[in-house]
Design a protein around this ligand. Structure first.
Ligand SMILES: [Zn+2]
Ligand SMILES: [Zn+2]
Length: 295
């Protein structure tokens, strides 16, 4: 989610501050977060050294993708790096870091009692589990834990996991989940004159085209079961909803943008009020990432 370079993120924040209402302070906080994560990575001698790909698909990637199965690349990461990134990121985000420190301490203890062989290493699934338990137990608002974990996990995701070799089978991929890591998307964009819809993975950043009038989560294509809403005067961000599975995702209409290299994750963070509206209307995020502000 925040894996793009600092300069691109800073430029996009500046652009979003003119597009979305009230994004001033949040933009500064996001830059602070980016800097903190970069410093952690440097302190531990780089992310690539500490984070390794895991669960490499057994079948040849192209064959797997043609069968509609994601490559399901996970990673293992140094426990110390992961927990320290979470702690520093929480500090950069404000006053909840003491609660986070307590949760991380508990996690360290419970993980130490577990599998001795795995000591010192965490998997992507460990990270997702910790996110889940912190969201349920600590009384922290979902938007805080979503930003914290999505930022740290996406920063750790090995950038070489979606290298050119695996991209070969991607042009035919039309599933509602990421072909590389298997996560479900939270946002996408409409681009090109024909208005093609692309979805983007919040974790590994992969983009793929998806049928415009199809729900990525339940796969339904009945037009009367789907719709979208926006805010008057700010139709750039649309919330696509499915009345069949009651889930939603956001789509940014980037067709009018002079610069097509839009950092979608920043637009997402600048338009969280749309997420709050979607949940108030009774829709759940199909990605599983909630951005409501009440604990
Ligand atoms: Zn992905
Ligand atoms: Zn659906």
């Amino acid at each position: 989610m925040l894996a793009a370079g600092r300069e691109r993120i800073a430029d996009e924040i500046a652009r979003c501050q003119t597009v979305y209402k009230g994004f001033g302070d949040a933009g500064k906080m996001i830059l602070r977060l980016v800097d903190v994560l970069d410093r952690c990575a440097q302190r531990y001698g780089g992310l690539e050294k500490n984070t390794q790909l895991r669960d490499l698909a057994l079948e040849e990637p192209k064959v797997r993708l043609a069968q509609g199965k994601s490559l399901n690349y996970g990673f293992t990461v140094s426990e110390e790096l992961f927990l320290s990134m979470l702690q520093r990121a929480a500090e950069a985000l404000g006053d909840k870091h003491a609660i986070v420190a307590g949760c991380l301490g508990e996690f360290r203890e419970s993980h130490r009692c577990g599998d001795k062989q795995a000591a010192g290493k965490l998997t992507l699934e460990d990270g997702l589990d910790l996110w889940q338990s912190m969201r349920q137990k600590a009384g922290l608002a979902p938007d805080f834990t979503s930003l914290l974990f999505a930022a740290v996990l996406s920063k750790l995701y090995p950038s070489n996991a979606h290298g050119s070799q695996e991209n070969e089978g991607l042009e035919h991929w039309q599933q509602g989940f990421c072909p590389i890591c298997g996560q479900t998307p939270h946002y996408g964009q409409l681009y090109s004159e024909q208005g093609i819809k692309a979805l983007e993975c919040w974790l590994c950043g992969t983009q793929w085209n998806h049928i415009r009038l199809q729900c990525p989560f339940c796969g339904i294509r009945e037009h009367d079961k789907m719709g979208y809403f926006s805010v008057e005067g700010r139709e750039f961000c649309r919330v696509y909803v499915c009345h069949s599975c009651s889930q939603y995702y956001k789509v940014f209409d980037t067709r009018e943008m002079a610069d097509p290299a839009v950092v979608l994750s920043i637009h997402h963070l600048a338009s969280l009020e749309y997420d709050v509206m979607a949940e108030q209307e009774g829709f759940c995020p199909g990605s599983g990432l909630s951005w409501t502000v009440e604990a």
